[in-house]
Design a protein around this ligand. Structure first.
Ligand SMILES: C[S@@+](CC[C@H](N)C(=O)[O-])C[C@H]1O[C@@H](n2cnc3c(N)ncnc32)[C@H](O)[C@@H]1O
Length: 234
């Protein structure tokens, strides 16, 4: 694997059109993904058709590492579902037995999904599942150790850009990076096509205190989706 693949950050490698993360729980797949050994290290396939973060990394025109949190950082994930993408972020932010001392707070409103997250966190120290509403900072503040270096929001709700600005304003550390995954169909604004909905969200980000870095089109990997990357300078 080492010969054919290229490291992006510690614990993340790119090989052709897919990504791999260094499995923090050897011998275990989270949602049936392929695993492979490379000496004493085990890698898990991070499928870009099932994870918008992985898709954005493959599609960005910026440095791929600039979209990812670094090992040991503090991360906030809004809309964690059952933890597919969360598990890959955990692989390199925390690592086995959280030897990087990272923290990944994963917020999800569905109790059924949170049950899966709790199970996942049993073997993944550093992963903190939170049953709560990701639009409400006060439901999250008690669980996160200070500000986040990295935020990803992936909520199937309307008004996602406004929510993202509010949450990033509350939690993103200076110099931190925020990713907003946006599905056109979830946006309330009915006038216009997908592109005008994305444009409206882009305008909201540009009018905020965040710095809009890039709009990444995921067509071909996740239809009707874009990922906006933003940074915080305050
Ligand atoms: C598209 S899925 C997320 C997929 C996940 N990010 C992944 O890559 O595996 C959206 C999730 O957001 C959750 N959600 C919707 N509204 C929410 C809210 N207000 N607060 C927290 N979670 C919410 C849904 O229950 C759903 O699990």
């Amino acid at each position: 694997m080492a010969n054919k693949s290229k490291p992006i950050v510690w614990g993340v490698r790119r090989e052709g059109r897919t990504l791999w993360t260094r499995n923090a729980v050897k011998g275990v797949s989270v949602r049936g993904e392929r695993r492979k050994r490379d000496g004493r290290i085990e890698w898990r396939r991070w499928d870009p058709t099932k994870s918008k973060v992985a898709a954005a990394i493959l599609r960005t025109r910026a440095e791929q590492s600039s979209l990812l949190p670094t090992p040991g950082s503090t991360c906030l994930y809004l809309g964690a579902s059952s933890g597919g993408t969360v598990s890959h972020i955990h692989d390199f932010v925390c690592g086995a037995d959280n030897h990087h001392s990272g923290q990944l707070v994963a917020v999800e409103i569905s109790p059924r999904m949170v049950r899966d997250l709790v199970k996942l966190s049993d073997r993944r120290p550093g992963l903190v599942p939170v049953l709560g509403d990701a639009r409400k900072p006060e439901q999250i503040a008690a669980f996160i150790r200070g500000k986040a270096n990295w935020i990803h929001q992936d909520l199937s709700i309307a008004d996602q850009a406004e929510t993202f600005v509010r949450m990033a304003t509350s939690f993103l550390a200076p110099g931190g990076i925020g990713l907003l995954s946006l599905k056109a169909a979830s946006e309330r604004s009915s006038e216009g096509d997908d592109n005008s909905r994305f444009q409206k969200a882009e305008q909201i980000l540009m009018n905020s205190d965040l710095v809009l870095e890039e709009r990444i089109d995921l067509t071909g990997l996740e239809e009707q989706h874009v990922v906006f990357t933003c940074s915080s300078c305050t």
